[in-house]
Design a protein around this ligand. Structure first.
Ligand SMILES: [Cu+2]
Length: 176
């Protein structure tokens, strides 16, 4: 992993091809998993008591021409075992990466990670200065009406693959 001081690590930029291959591999695995597990849940928003709740998703509005922005959301694992967040996608972004924020010599830096783990009964809050979704290559955001559909993929402790659709609000700052 790169250790440069750039806000966006150069290894992200130079590894685009690898990332693409990885995400294609992930999609293949996901499809195979879906066929075998036949677990595909669609919910408009996280309802209390669902095994996985996806709440308060929002995307930080950026000036026109910006190539990326950040997305934040809270995921609650109401299941009996560990939940893994595998990734996210949206028709309004070319790619969504999972990032974390680390301190390196007193400087805040972002690092890409290959997933998040959520213990049973716990919530993971993606927020500024912490874990977040890096939403890259926006397309036609102005046509979204401020509502960004985001699909998040999860793997339960049983190996089931679950995809949850939710809507992230495009806004300038975090909702209260
Ligand atoms: Cu980031």
């Amino acid at each position: 992993m790169g250790g440069s001081g750039a806000l966006l690590p150069p290894d992200i930029a130079s590894n685009n091809e690898n990332l693409r291959a990885d995400s294609e591999e992930l999609m293949k695995k996901s499809l195979i998993g879906l066929v075998t597990a036949i677990t595909f849940i669609l919910t408009g928003c996280g309802a209390s008591g669902d095994p996985i709740e996806v709440d308060n998703g929002w995307v930080r509005a950026m000036p026109p021409g910006a190539k990326m922005t950040a997305g934040y959301v809270t995921v609650t694992n109401n299941g009996k075992g560990e939940l893994r967040v595998l990734g996210a996608s949206s028709p309004f972004f070319g790619r969504i990466e999972m990032h974390t924020t680390v301190m390196d010599d007193g400087v805040q830096k972002m690092r890409m990670v290959d997933g998040y783990k959520i213990a049973p009964g716990e919530s993971l809050e993606l927020k500024a200065g912490s874990d977040h979704l890096m939403m890259r290559f926006p397309r036609d955001l102005e046509t979204a009406g401020g509502q960004i559909p985001v699909s998040m993929a999860f793997r339960t402790t049983d190996g089931e693959l679950v995809s949850i659709e939710s809507t992230f609000e495009l806004r300038q700052s975090a909702p209260n």
